[in-house]
Write a protein that binds this ligand. Structure first.
Ligand code: SAH
Ligand code: SF4
Length: 362
């Protein structure tokens, strides 16, 4: 290992230049970085992977993010919303299989019909599982009242990626209109936190024209915002989107994959006791992508429980893993034997010490 990287890995607090050095270090040093991050994970949140069964509720979206396959203007896909009975059935599958938690994700929709439907689902699922099944929501930007209603119904975690903490990069990957404002997204994140949700955010790694300095600033943004959960993944082009078309100077997918592993390891060193997701987008680039993310400090996976006939409709990016029935003998779908002693946190919500400390402080 180079002496520079060794000295950075021995520091308690990393500054921006340390983070940039870790993002650009050689492969051998990166292996040490990832190993160290996994040790920090074991020490602060345990050698345990928590499961959140993912339900992709609807691909109807009012927004037009330039990178996303289910953006409003993509006319190549059929739009769906899963009927409540099937959402509840998927949630009960998670409960039966002892997942501990589910996550409901969707295109953005702020209608009263959508809002009250989610409220009903959250309430019903909590009741049917005697409050045992945890519920994470990832339903985009909403007003304070909506976030509060869903919280009161029983959701307790919310994931809203800032996507890019640099305002100028954010502007480059979104349409320039009032539906897509950086400040609005940031305001939403603040409301989510104030209401009392465990708050998750994250970014895409390898967006066109994104620099290592941008990525280092993303880490600093998440640290300063004092998040409880982090979900980051590589940007993957989708051919029916504006950013999927002119990607000739984009990083190779493998580079984005490797950079994401480093980002995961670095956020673990910087925020030792948070939850970090090993994203499906990692698995899209490498079949063992999630296992490698877990080997770099992540501790959460989100096995997909969306009923099979809707899966094709939720192609946010190209090549998303298709339908494989959840296998009762290996419900996480993970190659646990590759994960040096990691166990699955069955039946547990997997709340972080970070959240508990933050709440007891306020
Ligand atoms: N509509 C909600 C949740 C669904 S989108 C929201 O936007 O918050 C979930 C995530 O998918 C987004 O936050 C974004 O980071 C990711 N995503 C969208 N398009 C992507 C792409 N082309 N490559 C990788 N991730 C993508
Ligand atoms: Fe809609 Fe979310 Fe995709 Fe943006 S990223 S287009 S808000 S689903």
């Amino acid at each position: 290992m180079s002496s520079l990287i060794e000295s950075i890995l021995n520091k308690d607090d990393l500054d921006r230049s340390d983070i940039i050095a870790l993002l650009r270090c050689g492969e051998e040093d990166a292996t040490m970085l990832c190993r160290k991050a996994a040790l920090v994970r074991n020490q602060y949140v345990g050698n345990v992977v928590y499961l959140r069964g993912l339900i992709e509720f609807s691909n109807i979206c009012g927004k037009n993010c330039l990178y996303c396959g289910i953006r409003r203007d993509n006319r190549q896909i059929e739009r769906y919303t899963i009927p409540n009975s099937e959402v509840i059935e998927a949630a009960m599958t998670a409960y039966r299989m002892n997942f501990g938690s589910i996550a409901i994700q969707s295109g953005e929709n702020s209608s009263e019909e959508f809002t009250s439907n989610i409220e009903y689902l959250v309430h019903t699922i909590r009741e049917m599982t005697n409050g045992h099944l945890g519920i994470t929501l990832s339903l985009g930007e909403q007003n304070r009242e909506t976030y509060q209603r869903w919280f009161d119904a029983g959701a307790h975690r919310y994931l809203l990626r800032i996507e890019a903490s640099s305002q100028s990069l954010y502007r480059r990957v979104h349409p320039d209109d009032d539906m897509h404002r950086y400040h609005r997204r940031l305001e939403c994140l603040k409301m989510i936190k104030e209401i009392g949700y465990q708050t998750g955010t994250g970014v895409m790694v390898g967006l066109p024209s994104q620099t290592l300095t941008d990525l280092a600033d993303d880490i600093i943004f998440m640290r300063d915002f004092d998040i409880d959960m982090c979900g980051m993944g590589p940007f993957i082009e989708h051919s029916d989107t504006p950013l999927g078309k002119n990607g000739s100077d984009n990083l190779y997918l493998r580079e984005r994959f490797n950079l994401t592993l480093r980002m995961i390891a670095i956020i673990r060193l910087v925020m030792k006791d948070i939850n970090i997701v090993a994203s499906t987008a990692m698995q899209t680039i490498d079949p063992l992508g999630r296992e490698m993310a877990l080997g770099s400090g992540a501790n959460v996976v989100m096995p997909n429980l969306t009923p099979s006939r809707y899966r094709d409709g939720y192609r946010i990016y190209a090549g998303k893993p298709g339908y494989r029935k959840v296998d009762e003998s290996n419900i996480s779908g993970l190659r646990l034997e590759l994960l040096s002693g990691m166990t699955v946190g069955f039946g547990a919500w997997g709340d972080t010490p970070h959240f508990e400390k933050r709440i007891s402080k306020s």
